[in-house]
Design a protein around this ligand. Structure first.
Ligand code: T46
Length: 147
């Protein structure tokens, strides 16, 4: 299946608000449309620095701004859109084969990432021209990768 920007969506997460503060539980296969195999977070991002700049062949992820804010620039090879994440109870679902860049981090911004698989460098496409070739039928789509 060729993913498009329409497959990327913001998911509202549960928010248990109390006078003592708020709590957001996240359950794989429930709020998140995949089983969670890995969690990591991006933090101490210096002003003006960007993260990402790649696509994943098979990995699906949910990105949450658990502190501060940042923009996610999504690109399906034909169109781009920018999603600003700034609340701990909204997650951005990014499916396979979508180029993403995380930009405009606020000071102290932290991005929590829930991922559908363990870290595997072979799953990354870090070259934009290669990404476009794959999206436009000139290269292997997920599942046929022979790398
Ligand atoms: C993504 C964006 C949002 C590991 O050893 N294990 C891991 O689980 C990850 C994610 C990374 N690494 C190593 C690989 C590199 O040597 O950490 C180093 C930095 O990784 P990378 O340049 O891929 O970091 P980002 O912030 O550009 O991208 C990361 C994720 O890799 C990526 O999947 O979607 O965050």
């Amino acid at each position: 299946m060729k993913t498009t920007l329409d497959d990327c969506r913001v998911i509202e997460l549960p928010r248990i608000w109390e006078r003592r503060g708020s709590l957001t539980p996240i359950t794989g296969g429930d709020q998140v449309p995949f089983e969670i195999q890995r969690v990591y977070y991006l933090y101490d991002v210096p002003g003006g620095e960007n993260r990402g700049g790649h696509a994943h062949r098979a990995l699906q992820q949910l990105l949450v701004s658990i502190m501060g804010a940042f923009d996610v620039v999504l690109d399906d090879g034909g169109n781009k859109k920018t999603v600003r994440l700034q609340r701990a109870y909204y997650g951005l679902f990014v499916p396979t084969m979508i180029w993403r860049e995380l930009v405009n981090f606020s000071s102290g911004g932290i991005c929590l990432v829930l991922a559908s698989a363990l870290y595997d460098e072979a799953d990354y496409i870090r070259d934009y021209d290669q990404f476009l070739r794959c999206k436009n039928g000139g290269g292997a789509e997920p599942g046929t990768y022979t790398g």
